[in-house]
Design a binder for this molecule. Structure first.
Ligand code: PNS
Length: 160
């Protein structure tokens, strides 16, 4: 791909599954933007600044990755920034219904000019989600192997 790609999500927090996808997507484009949703109506566990900080720590080694946040419609953000395509991860079968709805709605909102590209999540992480990681972590379980090392250290240091 010649243009910039957007990998959008809540990343509350970034998991090893997200990180694996970021690594793979970064090879497909000159510039990968990780767009963190700043949703005013939903209260995330980590603030948008904390989520961006954790992604920054995890992706320090990559030269073609930028971290940004957005609010409002993803389609408006894509139009404003001129991304070539949007990347999303798919885990086994469970994400399909929701993802196809979003992809089709975004295609409609973007006049079918921007594609959503799906990368299959690595089977090593197909059971992982940010919600599960948060739940296990909050209840004192060990999530060390489910998030990048630097993110784990951040979570422990900033335990709420
Ligand atoms: O990591 P998530 O929570 O699955 O990511 C979902 C995200 C951020 C991609 C989606 O909720 C989104 O695009 N939100 C912005 C608002 C919007 O555009 N909604 C209509 C989607 S068709």
């Amino acid at each position: 791909m010649r243009g910039r790609l957007l990998y959008a999500g809540s990343f509350d927090p970034i998991t090893s599954g997200h990180f694996d996808l970021i690594k793979r997507a970064s090879k497909m484009t000159p510039e990968l933007i990780i767009g963190v949703l700043d949703n005013q109506s939903k209260t995330p566990y980590y603030s948008v600044e904390e989520r961006c900080d954790m992604i920054r720590l995890a992706t320090e080694e990559f030269e073609n990755i930028k971290i940004d946040s957005f609010s409002g419609l993803l389609a408006d953000y894509v139009k404003k920034e001129g991304f070539e395509a949007v990347i999303r991860g798919l885990r086994a079968t469970m994400d399909f219904e929701y993802e196809i709805q979003m992809a089709q709605m975004n295609a409609h909102l973007l006049d079918h000019e921007v594609e959503t590209i799906f990368l299959m999540t690595s089977p090593d992480y197909s059971f992982l989600s940010s919600s599960l990681v948060k739940e296990v972590f909050k209840l004192g379980g060990n999530v060390e192997e489910f998030v990048p090392k630097s993110v784990y250290d951040y979570m422990v240091k900033n335990r709420k």
